[in-house]
Structures are given as C-alpha cells and as structure tokens.
Design a protein around this ligand. Sequence first.
Ligand code: 2AM
Ligand code: CA
Length: 266
Amino acid sequence: MTDRQLTEKIAETVKEAGKIILSASGTDYGTDSKQGHANYVTKYDRKVQEFLHERLSSLLPEASFLGEEEGEDVFREKYRKGWLFIVDPIDGTTNFIKGYYASTVSVGLFKDGKPYIGVIYQPYLDHIFTACRGCGAFDNGKKIMSSSLPLCDSIIAFGTSPYRTDLWQKTMKLAGEYLMKGQDLRRSGSAAWDCCMVACGAAGLYFEFSLGLWDYAAGAVIIREAGGVITDIYGDELKFDGPSSVLAYGRGIDPAELVYPERSNA
Ligand code: 2AM
Ligand code: CA
C-alpha cells in the first residue's frame, strides 16, 4: 500500500467515525468530568475511540494506539520506533455537548516518533483534511496551501486552554496583542479544526498555551504539508512526545512580526 492509499483508508475510517458523532441525539450524552476545569468525556467520545481503535488496528496491525479517552494515553519511549496512531475521538467535546456543531475527529499516524499522516474530519460540515509527509495537504481531496497574506490581513485563531485556569491572563494578553496586529480573532473550541484553518489559509495564525498530543498530532502534518509552520508558542521545535503549547502560521507571515510570550515553568 502506498502512503496515499494508506491515508485514504484512514480517511474512510475517520469519516465513518464521524457518523457516530452525527448519530448523537437527545441530551443523554453520559457526560463525566475529567481532571481540571471544563474538561469532559461523553459516552460518544468512548464509542468513537473504540471504533477507531478496532478499525485502525486492523488496517495497520503493527501500529500502537494512543488515544485521549481510554487505555494508553501517555507517550512512551517505545513509540519512538515504528508506527503509532494518535487519536482524539472528539476534539471539541464541550462544543459537542452544547450542540455548537464545531467538533472534529483527529487521527495522526507517527513513524518513528515523527508525524507522518494526518486526517481531521468535521462531520457537521462534511470536510475532511488529509496529508501525508511529502504528498501535500488536501481538503475534501482538493490541494490546499496555507495563507500567503501578512499578519495584518489575517484572522488569528486561538484556544483558551480552559482546563488550565492559571493560563487565562497569558492567553488573553497574547490574544489582545494579536488582535492589534492582525485582522480579527476567532476561537473555535477545537484545536484540530484551528490547525486545519491555518493549513487551508482561512486563518493566518493559531496559538494555544496547553494542548494534549492528540490535539495537534494530525494537524501538524496537515499544516506542514500546506507550507505552514508549527512550533511551540516560544518558536521552539515541537517534541511530539506529550502536552505542549502550539503556534502555527501560514507562509505569508513574517516571523519578525510574531509575539513570543515570556517563558515560565507552567
Ligand atoms: P477536547 O475537546 O478534545 O478536550 C480547546 O481549547 C482545545 O483544548 C480543544 O481542542 C480541547 O480538546 C482541548 N482540551 C480540552 N481539555 C484538555 C486537556 N485537559 N488537555 C489538553 N487539551 C485539552
Ligand atoms: Ca482534544
């Protein structure tokens, strides 16, 4: 199987998983709170993850599986060799619970600890973003490139890391600074979606102070294949081995215009 064929197979599976999200009805989401502020899991997160675990494991039996919701959710040294699926079954769980129609299914495939394939599906809009290393990035099969516009003509997307209440001042300060430098701000509630918006050029830049690996694993491949840049929020290389801050931006942004926050140990 070629890399493109494997990407297509993963995309088919991820689209099927999206149907589980669309099938959710009523108000009984079986919602449980997780650690931290505004951090939830529903029975649908678990269902989608189970479905993906089973289907992706039969697609690539030699791959390990790391998912947000159950089982293995911590990056291990052994993942630096071979294949690893990194899955966020519902990215934007709060949106899902509230009926905000802005959640995604995100599947990254790493090879030897580095992002290799990325697939992100927004089931409400029926848009699937795909990329594999060296093959380019696509939105519903159409090739995409990140924006060539400068910061002053760009939408700035950001996330608020709501489960980390200690980060709100830093987040809002940076958002304010970018509001003055860019065109306007957006906050979608799904980090994976924000990555797609940078990849296709709708947004020029995206930042968030704290994300799980599953929130940005797939997005990183899609952004890079679309000619964009993704680093941590200080401009340092992403390590792809656990939680991190994220800064992503399109081709047109002059790095000299970026605003780097002060470093802290948080
Ligand atoms: P989620 O909906 O899958 O939890 C919103 O700012 C972004 O942060 C979403 O992509 C959301 O993903 C993510 N997020 C929410 N809680 C998180 C946590 N405890 N750790 C890391 N990311 C989280
Ligand atoms: Ca997530």
